[in-house]
Design a protein around this ligand. Structure first.
Ligand SMILES: [Fe+2]
Length: 417
């Protein structure tokens, strides 16, 4: 069990909970309720669900004098924890016009008061401290999802609302040439070690063998992806995995999500509104299928998550602090970056999301957090411009189904030496 320093706990609780409120600051009430597709949850639901997490896993199980804010909320705001009881259907989250946005804000305040009292006054066990720490990281994950979902909601509104205006000119920085960073053939240690927090899926640390390979120093740009599109990348089946080919056919796809062609000019929707496509910015919002097809078209491949982790440790650790994270408030991918393994955009890897050797799901409801999703998903690494900097680690494993592309992800290429 990994536990935070207790003296920081209260300040961290407040900072993380307040950050969620800051992120929804630019929204109007109507924005909080809609669910345009099943993968996108209404912002109101995220606010309530992260609160339910603390209420259920910390307050209800620890504070004997705690009374639920509302008896219907555990049913409404449990996401997927079967052992925590029945729950409202995920696809119908957008139908919950009640509880109102104001009631959900009041729910947050009520739970915050009880949580802060517990943190300040109770003699917490290391088990309790660990669950609170999981609650912090859970809330940070939802902060990132909130931005994905806000972007989807605004990006599918014909008026293309602006979430945050750009204060300066778009990046004028030129694209730097691709440099290939070598990693020697050998056995390497993968996975988390140390006393600080990690999710269960980063354990246990184990050895893997890697063939010698090289990885690109930067992400693929919009301009490069446009070349793939212009050369018929979406109409040549030889670049595509069978599932991906079927998927682009049935969805009639021929460009990344949020790209729009108007009078022969490409535009892109971002959190700062609809803009001319910046060809120097890293390409984002491509599915695993598209990332893989692009790599094949380029005569290259995606790195495995193990290759990625070793390369990031060797070449990218500076970006753990200097990378483009949500803390920088840029709210878009940054052009002209090099060695940006951390921040900017999550990077698809060629690795299926599977348990590491000796993996064990924790006991109880929190055992449902990661382990049961280890099927039909691909691993992404490194974090994005929507990730809190304090949330990421070199061993962090994100995962999504290969057809997902509303997340903030990009493409980094690799090749064998
Ligand atoms: Fe959650």
């Amino acid at each position: 069990l990994r536990q935070p320093l207790p003296e920081n706990l209260h300040a961290r609780y407040r900072a993380i909970r307040n950050q969620t409120l800051r992120l929804v600051g630019p929204l109007q009430k109507e924005d909080f309720v809609v669910q345009p597709i099943v993968d996108v949850s209404p912002p109101k639901w995220h606010l309530a669900h992260t609160t339910w997490f603390f209420e259920t896993f910390v307050l209800v199980s620890n504070a004997t004098d705690y009374n639920l804010f509302d008896k219907s909320f555990p049913y409404l705001f449990n996401s997927y924890y079967i052992s925590a009881g029945d729950r409202w259907s995920r696809a119908d989250r957008g139908n919950l016009t009640r509880p109102s946005v104001d009631e959900v804000f009041a729910y947050r305040e009520y739970v915050d008061e009880a949580m802060e009292k517990l943190i300040l006054e109770a003699d917490l066990t290391s088990e309790q401290l660990h669950v609170i720490e999981v609650g912090f990281h859970h809330e940070q994950q939802h902060q990132e999802l909130l931005l994905y979902d806000i972007k989807y909601i605004f990006g599918h509104n014909p008026t293309f609302p602006v979430y945050k205006g750009d204060s300066e000119n778009e990046d004028k920085l030129p694209v730097i040439a691709i440099k290939w960073l070598p990693i020697k053939k050998g056995n390497y240690h993968i996975g988390h070690e140390g006393d600080f927090f990690c999710f269960d899926n980063e354990l246990r640390r184990h050895e893997v063998h890697l063939e010698g390979f090289e990885i690109a120093n930067r992400l693929v740009t919009n301009g490069e992806y446009l070349d793939f599109m212009k050369s018929g990348g979406y109409s040549d089946h030889s670049f595509w995995l069978s599932d991906g080919w079927d998927w682009i056919q049935s969805n009639k796809l021929e460009c990344p999500l949020y790209w729009f062609e108007e009078d022969g000019e490409w535009k892109m929707f971002g959190l700062s509104g609809l803009k001319k496509l910046n060809i120097n910015e890293p390409v984002a919002h491509v599915s695993y299928y598209e990332a893989d097809a692009y790599a094949k078209w380029a005569g290259l491949r995606l790195p495995t998550e193990f290759e990625w982790e070793m390369a990031a440790m060797e070449y990218g650790t500076e970006s753990l602090s200097s990378g483009n994270f949500v803390d920088d408030h840029l709210m878009r991918p940054k052009a002209g970056e090099s060695l940006d393994f951390f921040g900017n955009l999550w990077e698809w890897t060629a690795s299926a999301y599977l348990p590491y050797p000796y993996y064990q799901a924790p006991p109880g409801a929190l055992g449902e957090y990661n382990g049961k999703f280890m099927i039909n998903q691909m691993v992404l690494r490194g974090g994005s411009y929507a990730t809190p900097q304090s949330h990421i680690r070199p061993t962090y494993r994100n995962f999504f189904q290969p057809n997902m592309r509303w997340l903030f992800n990009g493409i980094r290429l690799a090749r064998f030496i």
